[in-house]
Design a protein around this ligand. Structure first.
Ligand code: BES
Ligand code: MN
Ligand code: ZN
Length: 498
């Protein structure tokens, strides 16, 4: 699919489907001005009849049969005052969805671009165009007859900004490839995306883009004293893979950043087995953090930002039951020497992240960010559209919130309330891995903090709610969302911590 920027307007474009954004209120007048001359008054009469009000998210499609374009899709934009780049992205996605449903292969998109920087507008529209059209046919014997557009034109860009807009569009390609990789990893079943498959994915990125890769096997992790991570892995027939992928910029690196992702390719709960209603059959997506960091590395490797060195760490494994699986009540020792009483084997993500964070901090980075489908409690707190953000560092938290906003992802900062750490007290070991149910996503974050060198800015993102969307929303088709990639890539490309 080709995405082009053009100065052509809605009035003169030709192709299969024309998508036009209209504000609410003056919808019919605007249509007349914009399209009346071209398609005749019948269009505005039809609009009236079909009660198109121009509310945000509203779409209406007209078939013009033998004309060129053969269909027109009108997308409501709501009030002009609230129209920002997020609205532009959402409206573009709705319009493209309606146009491809009508099997259009060439689509022109005309949105009101006054007040937007052309490059930012082009980025938002290009991202929406590509991400909404993503389909996953890998596991179907017969492919669905859903069509993808072959050419998209972003209309009405100012002549003087065309090359700048085109450059912005071409860099969205790398970002979208990263999001798509993350979606494919998350959606793939647990018998396909295994710890070894995650390591293979990292190897493919390393090979394609010239990154460095180190994969630590079980024995290597034993030698490093990673008793917490290995306790989770020990019940599985599949060997754990501790994956360390590195991007080094050309020239000198002023910053070193580490991205850590939870990589549970399946979470059965272990002996604290997940029961009916706990969505055990969805726990293939418990590697969503690792998918986000792999997707981000794929994008970063292609974008090649200057001045930042980026490390990705994934302690990949499965949480299974067997005679060799860890017992509830077992006490293990992490690679920083801390002992942990595992009072619940289903709080396994933090056990794997503990050793991953210790390893990350040994790299002496300027910042560490981890992403994890860590707690059901975070889903209860924030739902499926917002990920939780914990950080003791205001500058880092703000930089991440900004990067998320630019990318159209939603983060909400949550408290690292120190007094709740009491919930993790153990009579025998240095700590337990599970606190009380209330505030469960907070104690999980506090647990992680124990494995981070306090001098290194660190942030934790709980993406348990945002990793998957049953119905699809915004730019996300139903299923895996690829959440986190855009935030991470924007943050890294902006240079990391404030
Ligand atoms: N992977 C789950 C968290 C999860 C739950 C992700 C629902 C996505 C949707 C995690 O390993 C887990 O099981 N957490 C437990 C922790 C509890 C035992 C303290 C939870 O949230 O129930
Ligand atoms: Mn679990
Ligand atoms: Zn889990």
């Amino acid at each position: 699919m080709e995405i082009r920027c053009s100065t052509t307007t809605a009035g003169s474009w030709s192709g299969d489907a024309l998508v036009v954004g209209l504000f609410s209120g003056g919808a019919s007048q605007a249509t007349e001005a914009l399209l009346g001359q071209r398609f005749g008054e019948s269009l505005s009469q039809q609009l009236e009849r079909r009660r198109f009000k121009g509310k945000a998210g509203e779409t209406v499609s007209f078939s013009l049969l033998s004309q060129q374009p053969s269909s027109v899709v009108l997308v409501g934009l709501g009030e002009p005052a609230g129209f920002n780049s997020e609205q532009l992205r959402q409206a573009t996605a709705s319009g493209i969805k309606a146009a491809t449903a009508a099997a259009a292969s060439s689509i022109g998109i005309a949105m009101p671009l006054e007040g937007f920087a052309p490059a930012a507008a082009a980025t938002a529209m290009a991202e929406a165009t590509r991400l909404i059209q993503f389909t996953d046919q890998r596991f179907k014997g017969e492919s669905d007859p859903k069509t993808q557009a072959s050419s998209i034109e972003l209309l009405g860009l100012p002549e003087g900004a065309l090359s700048e807009a085109a450059a912005a569009v071409s860099s969205t390609g790398a970002m979208c490839s990263g999001v798509e990789l993350a979606r494919e990893l998350v959606a793939a079943p647990p018998n396909v995306v295994t710890p070894a498959a995650l390591a293979d994915t990292a190897a493919r990125i390393a090979g394609d883009f010239g990154l460095e890769l180190k994969v630590l096997e079980r024995s290597d992790c034993e030698a490093l004293g990673m008793g917490s991570y290995l306790a989770v892995a020990q019940g599985s027939d599949l060997p754990p893979k501790f994956i360390h992928l590195t991007y080094r910029p050309q020239g000198t690196a002023e910053r070193r950043l580490v991205l850590v992702g939870k990589g549970l390719t399946f979470d059965s709960g272990g002996y604290n087995l997940k029961t009916a209603g706990s969505q055990i059959e969805m726990m293939k997506y418990d590697m969503g953090g690792s998918a986000a960091v792999l997707g981000a590395m794929r994008a970063i490797a292609e974008l090649k930002p200057a001045g930042v060195e980026v490390h990705m760490i994934v302690a990949a494994c499965e949480n299974m039951i067997s005679g060799g699986a860890i017992h509830p009540g077992a006490i293990v020792k992490a690679s920083n020497g801390k002992t942990i009483e595992i009072n619940n084997t289903d709080a396994e993500g933090r056990l794997t992240l503990a050793d991953a964070l210790v390893y990350a901090c040994k790299l002496e980075p300027d910042a560490v960010v981890d992403l994890a489908t860590l707690t059901g409690a975070c889903v209860i707190a924030l739902g499926e559209e917002i990920a939780g953000l914990w950080s003791p560092n205001d500058g880092l938290a703000d930089a991440l919130r900004h990067a998320a906003e630019v990318g159209g992802e939603n983060l909400w900062r949550m408290p690292l309330r120190a007094s709740y750490r009491a919930g993790l007290k153990s009579g025998l070991a240095d700590m337990k891995n599970t606190g009380p149910r209330p505030g469960g996503s907070i104690t999980a974050a506090l647990f992680l903090q124990d494995f981070v060198n306090g001098e290194i800015p660190w942030a934790h993102l709980d993406i348990a709610g945002t990793v998957w969307s049953d119905k699809g929303r915004g730019l996300d088709p139903a299923g895996a969302t690829g959440f986190g990639v855009r935030t991470l890539v924007n943050w890294v490309c902006a240079g990391g911590p404030a």
